[in-house]
Design a protein around this ligand. Structure first.
Ligand code: NFE
Ligand code: MG
Length: 517
């Protein structure tokens, strides 16, 4: 007999996600991912001056704001033919890079690690390290007070859970330390971005901040602390978890996605903006390991399973976002992005596979780890190392540029401030959770259409017009699950680090439920 399990809301993800799975003989046989919150950012943008989009799109999300502001500026710059000066590119890289250093450790410690820890094992810690004893006392006093949320998730520890008291207590100590590090990474983006959340330095054509020497010094001091945590604590923790207690899950490839991967590329490394830290490309599920060059015209969004007015799959420039609550067969507010009609996973694993990152491929090969939930955690850690190294390079280059005595370098392309009366632009970029694209059309000086195709739109996408499920839906099928303790379901979902706020962009202004499911 098939059983149905509904997890609503899925916690420790950003935004509202509802997951429904069908289970037979303790294995998931079918899955539906639903974005149940509708916002309306794409509609809000219509009729506005294109330059407003930088600030408005940042409000899509409370996590990856700078990625949206930056990508929006790039899309408008594409419409204008603007040239962003190198100093501005470096400042943008540093603001967005700070986001990565904030997001990835947060995802591991605060959103995911608890799925793999038997937290109450702290009580059996017998060592005498003062810091760990303090953690033990702190957690046990919460237990006594009956107040262990969010440290004890609603699922029970299982055979994959780490129970060694020393490892659990150390991981919890790092969980607490990572909370402080998050704050420092946020502060870094505020130093150059003007404020947090929602930076205000990035504008169309460049940036508005001309950092003083003290600001760069403050940034570097914070960077040293954040990088030292990332390199000496976070990455080693992820590697030891993935190649230790989680190895069996990793070798079994639990949570493997569709096998198709897409990355757009991001973080310009030189003046031309052509050489990038992350490379763009597509890997088809039909040809694993073969990276194809991207053809932007092959990106489409289907609305077959979404509460939007029926229509053929459309390229984002021609896309529409018109609500249809009564549509038969629809079950989500998320559209289905596809590349050449194929489902593709985005995010750190996609990026690292597309760029054939030797560090990740070596680790996966050495330990026999297959693509899946564990590989996603490993990929996130490996790309963090690319970011930490690049942050120093960008900061050094910026200091050299700004320190030049003879010429004050440009931070803005002032010849291209006014957008064209008519035109269109697009930007393909990378956000912490994956490939991010903004497309806009301008008519009579204002935005006539604005379409965002966001990382979580790719990953949480529903069935398309050919009834092919999205990446998370496919990743869940085949996952072994104890129906009384479906922790494996959330382990797989959270390995994607979904953000539904980004994916849906709409909420009813009165806070009313728009649809009842
Ligand atoms: Ni709201 Fe986001 C990122 C974007 S969405 S967090 O990273 O763009 O998946
Ligand atoms: Mg969209």
């Amino acid at each position: 007999m098939a059983k149905r399990i509904v997890i609503d809301p899925v916690t420790r993800v950003e935004g509202h996600l509802r997951i429904e799975v069908e289970i037979e003989n303790n294995v998931v046989t079918n899955a539906w991912a639903q974005g149940t919150m509708f916002r309306g950012i794409e509609q809000i943008l219509q009729g506005r001056d294109p330059r407003d989009a930088v600030y408005i799109t940042e409000r899509v999300c409370g996590v990856c704001m700078a990625s949206h502001g930056w990508t929006s500026a790039m899309a408008i710059e594409d419409a204008q033919g603007a040239n962003v000066p190198r100093a501005a590119q470096l400042i943008r890289n540093l603001i967005a890079g700070s986001l990565w250093l904030h997001d990835h450790p947060l995802h591991f410690y605060h959103l995911s690690a608890l799925d793999y820890l038997d937290v109450l094992a702290v009580n059996h810690y017998q060592g005498n390290v003062a810091e760990l004893l303090a953690v033990k006392n702190k957690i046990m006093s919460l237990v006594t007070a009956g107040d262990t949320a969010p440290l004890t998730p609603r699922y029970q520890p299982d055979s994959y859970s780490v129970r060694d008291p020393e490892i659990v207590t150390t991981a919890l100590a790092h969980y607490l330390e990572a909370l402080k590090i998050q704050g420092k990474a946020k502060k870094m983006s505020a130093v150059l971005g003007g404020k947090q959340p929602h930076q205000s330095s990035i504008v169309v054509g460049g940036v508005t901040i001309y950092p003083r020497k003290e600001q760069l010094e403050a940034f570097r001091t914070l960077l040293n602390e954040v990088v030292s945590f990332a390199e000496l604590t976070y990455v080693p923790d992820v590697v030891s978890f993935c190649t230790g207690p989680l190895l069996e899950l990793g070798k079994a490839g639990v949570g493997a996605g569709p096998g198709g991967y897409i990355a757009y590329g991001g973080f310009p490394m030189d003046d031309s903006g052509i050489e990038k830290l992350f490379k763009g490309g597509f890997i088809s599920s039909e040809a694993p390991g073969v990276v194809e060059a991207l053809d932007m015209s092959r990106i489409t969004e289907s609305v077959a399973s979404a509460w939007y007015k029926e229509g053929e799959p459309a390229h984002p420039w021609a896309g529409e976002t018109v609500i249809d609550f009564d549509k038969k067969g629809a079950y989500t507010f998320i559209k289905s992005p596809r590349y050449k009609g194929e489902t593709a996973e985005v995010g750190p694993l996609a990026r690292m596979l597309v760029m054939q990152h030797s560090g990740l491929l070596d680790l996966m090969g050495r330990y026999g780890i297959k693509p899946g939930a564990v590989a996603r955690h490993l990929a996130r850690a490996q790309e963090t190392l690319l970011i930490t190294k690049s942050m120093y390079r960008w900061l050094d280059d910026l200091e050299t540029l700004l320190g030049s005595k003879t010429v004050r370098p440009d931070i803005h392309d002032s010849k291209h401030w006014d957008p064209p009366a008519q035109g269109q632009g697009a930007a393909l970029n990378e956000a912490p959770r994956g490939a991010l694209g903004h497309w806009l059309k301008i008519d009579q000086h204002v935005i006539s259409n604005y379409q965002m195709v966001v990382p979580t739109t790719w990953n949480i996408s529903p069935r398309d017009e050919k009834n092919i499920p999205g990446p998370v839906e496919q990743a869940l099928i085949g996952v072994p699950v104890d129906p009384d303790n479906p922790v494996n379901v959330v382990r797989v979902i959270r390995s994607f680090d979904p953000c539904l706020a980004c994916a849906v962009h709409l909420i009813d202004a009165d806070g009313e439920k728009i649809v009842k499911i």
